[in-house]
Design a protein around this ligand. Structure first.
Ligand code: LLP
Length: 440
């Protein structure tokens, strides 16, 4: 179990001091439950990892794509984070949450005209420019509106890191950013510096997600700062900001062993220092953009178990009242999760079962093999752990399933932060045909 999870005397899973059986009764299932204390402690871990470096300027932007709701954005703001948004929708959510626009960084590889204009009008602090098409349009919009805009350029260092390995790709076959090794990034720096409206602050790179080692960050920082040394020489441009993105790994199952947050930060800081010293560069402000690592482990999905199917000699299936519509990650990435029977959390769990979703798709399986108590079956509650990142935010309406509610729990009380969708919500934007075709 993680964070503030415990088991009550009655054998019920408790999160943040709240009984999950009570949560199911009050808010229904499926339900996304977020442990506020867990999010807070993750944020503080990142902050204290940086705070030990007194001479360093740094910034932590929460990557809201992992989980964007008004309440979550408010929480990020409460702890003084900056915010990474990647769309007009995420930006709108942040603004509605009262997040200070000047602390918002706007990402995206294909920002629309409307999104760029919204970013300019709302006064976002910084735009992370991904490509030449965007650079030209942003310049044009700034010219028309007479606005100045601070920018970072997203560069692609040719390093890819995922989970347990990192790869130097050598070539940069990705839709994101200006490639470092083929002159694209150099041209982008040159072009941005010519602009009367764009204030180039530095560069950004993001090397992957669910990273369990530090070598990928190390290599990326070296490549980017080596390029920065040439920009200093050729363009007289010094980086003020080096944003190394997000990607810090979390624990989904007992096989995952993420590093303590400070290990990533220590590696990044020491490599930045070393390469800057060697290349006579000023120490830039170091920015990161954690998403999953702030909200992932804090989230638990609560389901009610329903139908069962026993295939002798093959497997036992048990279906939940949600599935790929509220958590696409197992179907999309073969992501693995662990689960527990929330109302029998104290019972020994030795019965292997396959947890299926209720969507009309064979691949709608949440967990290939979960161990549940023999006593656990239809009508019981299932808690699936570490679903806080990219679960709610990637939810769909497949099979017209309404999106579940979201509650935050802390110190024994629960707060509804997203209402459960209703059938009425599902058809809210549907329009009936103006005239039926008629059958002849
Ligand atoms: N910054 C940038 C530019 C990113 O593209 C991302 C994630 C992040 C920060 C945050 O990364 P994190 O700390 O959350 O790993 N849907 C996938 C993950 C996609 C991540 C996309 N970019 C999943 O469910 O695993």
């Amino acid at each position: 179990m993680l964070g503030t999870q415990t088991v009550s005397d009655e054998g019920h899973l408790m999160i943040g001091g709240v009984d999950t059986v009570d949560l199911a009764r009050e808010f229904g299932t499926p339900l996304y439950i977020y442990d506020r204390a867990s999010m807070r402690s993750k944020i503080k871990e990142f902050q204290s990892a940086f705070a030990r470096y007194k001479d360093l300027d740094w910034q932590i932007a929460y990557a809201s794509k992992a989980f964007s709701t008004i309440a979550m954005i408010q929480l990020a703001n409460e702890y003084g984070l900056s915010l990474d948004v990647v769309s007009g929708g995420e930006l709108y959510t942040a603004l509605k949450a009262g997040f200070p626009a000047e602390k918002i960084h706007f990402h995206g590889n294909n920002k629309s005209d409307a999104e760029l204009k919204l970013a300019l009008e709302s006064g976002v602090g910084l735009i992370i420019v991904d490509n030449f098409y965007e650079l030209e349009r942003l310049e044009a919009f700034c010219t028309i509106s007479g606005k100045q805009m601070a920018v970072l350029l997203r560069v692609t260092p040719g390093v890819e890191a995922h989970t347990h390995e990192f790869i130097m790709t050598g070539h940069d076959d990705t839709k994101f950013g200006f490639n470092l090794d083929n002159g694209m990034a150099d041209r982008a720096v040159h072009q941005t510096l010519q602009s009367p409206h764009l204030d180039l602050r530095g560069v950004h790179c993001h090397i992957g997600s669910q990273i369990f080692e530090t070598e990928g960050f190390n290599q990326a920082v070296r490549l980017v700062l080596n390029a920065a040394a040439t920009w200093k020489r050729d363009e007289n441009f010094e980086l003020q900001v080096l944003n190394v993105g997000g990607g810090f790994g979390i624990r989904y199952t007992r096989e995952d062993h993420p590093l303590p947050v400070h290990r990533y930060i220590d590696q990044i800081v020491s490599t930045v220092r070393e390469v800057c010293a060697a290349g006579s560069l000023h120490l830039p402000s170091i920015w990161i953009e954690p998403g999953r690592s702030i909200v992932g482990e804090a989230g638990t999905s609560l389901y009610t178990l329903g139908s069962t199917k026993n295939i002798p000699g093959i497997r036992d299936y048990i279906s939940v009242d949600g599935g790929m519509a509220d958590n696409i990650r197992p179907a999309l990435y073969q992501a693995k999760y662990e689960a527990l029977c929330a109302n029998r959390a104290g019972d020994p769990a030795g019965h292997p079962v396959t947890i299926a979703g209720k969507c009309c798709e064979t691949g709608d399986v949440l967990i290939q093999e979960a161990l549940l108590p023999e006593s656990c079956g239809s009508g019981d509650l299932l808690a699936v752990f570490s679903t806080g990142a990219y679960g709610y935010s990637m939810a769909s309406h497949y099979n017209r399933l309404p999106n579940p509610a979201v509650v935050f729990v802390e110190n024994g009380s629960a707060e509804l932060v997203v209402r459960r969708e209703t059938y009425e919500d599902l058809i809210r934007n549907d329009l009936p045909l103006k005239a039926l075709s008629g059958r002849s």
